[in-house]
Design a binder for this molecule. Structure first.
Ligand code: SRM
Ligand code: SF4
Length: 586
């Protein structure tokens, strides 16, 4: 493989001139290409007990198997002082399309977390799955075998592939949810890598030579790729954070097809204006029978036209901005042999979880629990993990993880409601003192496990929310809320770049403050203050909330208000507006 030529061997005949970025390929391209379909030397590395880590390329390759090598940053300096290598361990992220898990599976993962991880927690993520943090090398293979025996795997939850497919969780609306969930599983299966490397390495599966990856290609995708299935009016999955979105269109309560939205994504790099959060574009309507072929060819066009030279500009959102939305769409149509129809009308009106009890279309009951940052542990006076274990022991329905890091105990018979609510209350899983503000606040993991964190997020959130609650009370609106999200760095894992108030870590104790997203997740916010401390954040929010309460129109959300009064300008087209300096008013 030449390091200056494009990887794509096909799909070039109709490509616009700038479809292929030439130049020295990113090193990840070499390591994927040489990996023998994601095997590398992981199996050999696993036997090396001299180090707790993975060497060279395997450090990256284990991601395709759903793991990241980490170490606890709180204890890193102390270990360095003692001349010890960092306490290497892995974080595992499971594959769970639509976030549904049975009580039996829950008991298995909870037991593993308790007995074999450094932190003992099960961490629900913003993409409807769970993570174990702190699994030491001798336990890794066992971990895969344990979760696999419960029917769970971690294939392609990280790396340059299609990740866990999200699906609107709340099962109350109609049969639409059941249908949408089935599609999320089909899409996930269809786009999975076909290599048997996972089974071979972790499950002692038969060695089967892989000869091709028909959809992803030998070098897999240029970068991570994310897909959702959503059911309006709920935008809980935050479609604009994702490369590919199937928005359900129904007639007479029956799912008939999708509007397909392509090219969303939230990450950026501080100081690099060639990177920015971007909303997805609406390609139009397709009937159900075109779902898999369209998914396949949005992926294949991105596979062939995505930037393999610069990983910071490699996601689908940048490919669209480089080649043009119409060119990308036309190529998907040509390869899939379909035409997108005109978009069908739909509306998002919410994206929060519906906390507490709701009754479903089938007469079953569902209980949505708020779990601060999705971290399930036994805290003093709030033994959340024990509570969920007790619920799992008697629950006959399922558990559904939401894209807001929360959990729905779903499918409860009327006669079991009281018993489950009693356990939830006794273990702090339901607490009537939780405010709407708390329930609409979210943070990414950040320190101590995330190697990319620049500032605290999950550990900063409780104090921050408490202060915002105090401001709302001070201004006389204790039951109102603002969509508030904090992330420890501009990668944006807690989706701050779709929040009304988004905080992005800049350095220890310092954040950039973004304002002007909306409450339904259809607008990217813009920077308002740079590099400020928690006290300065509260000072700014104090006067802004005061004005919002005093001057807002009826029902006007905070994000709409700050744009209307000119605190920040609206981001309409990310590429040009997001980094543009504010226009000076004359
Ligand atoms: Fe993320 C990398 C955690 C959702 C954008 N993300 C990471 C890593 C693995 C750090 C690393 O590369 O070593 C973090 C591990 C922290 C830890 O200790 O657990 C991490 N991301 C998370 C989770 C757990 C945050 C959470 O609090 O729930 C989410 C797991 C999702 C999942 O289950 O698959 C998570 N990450 C997201 C999202 C939100 C979403 O997808 O809805 C985004 C923004 C959307 C997007 O992709 O644009 C996101 N994570 C990133 C990026 C930037 C990607 C880019 O386009 O440049 C990175 C860094 C990277 O890939 O180089 C990253
Ligand atoms: Fe880590 Fe940054 Fe993602 Fe937070 S946003 S989990 S700090 S990569």
């Amino acid at each position: 493989m030449s390091d200056t030529s494009p990887i794509a061997a096909s799909g070039l005949e109709n490509a616009p001139e700038n479809a292929i970025v030439t130049g020295k390929l990113a090193d990840n391209e070499r390591l994927k290409g040489e990996s023998n379909y994601l095997r590398g030397t992981i199996a050999e590395d696993l036997k090396d007990q001299i180090t707790g880590g993975f060497s060279a390329d395997n450090f990256q390759l284990i991601r395709f198997h759903g793991m990241y090598q980490q170490d606890d940053r709180d204890i890193r300096p102390e270990r360095a002082k003692q001349k010890l290598e960092p306490l290497h361990n892995v974080m595992l992220r499971a594959r769970m399309p639509g976030g549904i898990i049975t009580p039996e599976q829950w008991l298995v993962i909870e037991k593993f977390a308790e007995e074999h991880t450094m932190y003992g927690s099960v961490r629900l993520t913003t993409r409807q799955t769970f993570q174990f943090h702190g699994v030491l090398k001798p336990n890794i293979k066992n971990m895969h075998q344990v979760i696999n025996s419960a029917g769970i795997d971690s294939i392609a939850t990280a790396g340059d592939v299609n990740r866990n497919v999200l699906c609107t969780t709340n099962p109350v609306e109609s049969e639409l949810h059941a249908d949408a969930y089935e599609w999320s599983k089909k899409i996930s299966e269809h786009l999975l890598p076909k290599t048997k490397a996972y089974a071979e390495i972790w499950l002692d599966g038969e060695k089967v030579k892989t000869t091709q990856e028909p959809i992803l290609g030998q070098n897999y995708l240029p970068r991570k790729f994310k897909t959702t299935v959503s059911i309006p009016p709920n935008n809980e999955v935050d479609v604009h954070a994702n490369d590919l979105n199937f928005v359900a269109i129904a007639e007479n309560g029956k799912l008939i097809g999708w509007n397909v939205l392509v090219g969303g994504g939230l990450a950026m790099t501080h100081g690099d204006t060639a990177t920015y959060p971007r909303k997805a574009d609406d390609f139009g309507f397709i009937p159900l029978e075109h779902t898999l072929i369209v998914a396949e060819h949005v992926v294949s066009v991105q596979r062939d036209w995505g930037n393999r030279v610069n990983r910071k500009n490699a996601k689908t959102k940048y490919t669209l901005d480089r080649v043009g939305v119409e060119n990308f769409k036309a190529e998907v149509e040509r390869r899939a042999g379909i035409e997108f129809g005109p978009s069908r009308p739909y509306e998002f009106t919410a994206r929060g979880d519906r906390f507490g009890w709701v009754e479903g279309f089938d007469g079953k009951h569902h209980l949505t629990l708020y779990l601060l940052s999705g971290r399930i542990l036994d805290y003093p006076n709030r033994p959340l993990k024990t509570g969920l274990r007790k619920i799992a022991e008697i629950h006959k329905g399922d558990f559904r993880m939401t894209a807001n890091q929360n959990l729905i105990i779903a499918g409860i018979a009327a006669e079991d409601r009281d018993a489950i609510e009693k356990i939830a209350r006794e273990h702090g899983l339901i607490d009537d003192a939780m405010t709407p503000q708390l329930k609409n606040s979210m943070a990414c993991v950040s320190l101590p496990t995330c190697p990319l964190a620049m500032a605290e997020a999950e550990r900063f959130l409780p104090d921050l929310v408490h202060q915002v609650e105090t401001l709302l009370s001070k201004h006389g609106v204790p039951d109102d809320h603002i969509i508030l999200r904090v992330v420890g760095c501009p990668n944006g894992c807690g989706r701050a770049m779709l929040a009304e108030v988004g905080l992005i870590g800049k350095g220890p104790g310092k954040y950039n403050l973004y304002l002007g997203g909306n409450d339904i997740g259809t607008r990217v916010p813009k920077i308002y203050r740079e590099n400020i401390s928690p006290d300065q954040i509260i000072e700014e929010l104090d006067w802004l909330i005061g004005r919002w309460v005093g001057e807002r129109f009826e029902g006007e959300c905070f994000g709409d208000f700050v744009i209307r009064i000119g605190v920040v300008e609206e981001v309409k087209v990310s590429k040009t507006d997001f980094h543009a300096p504010p226009k000076l008013s004359t």
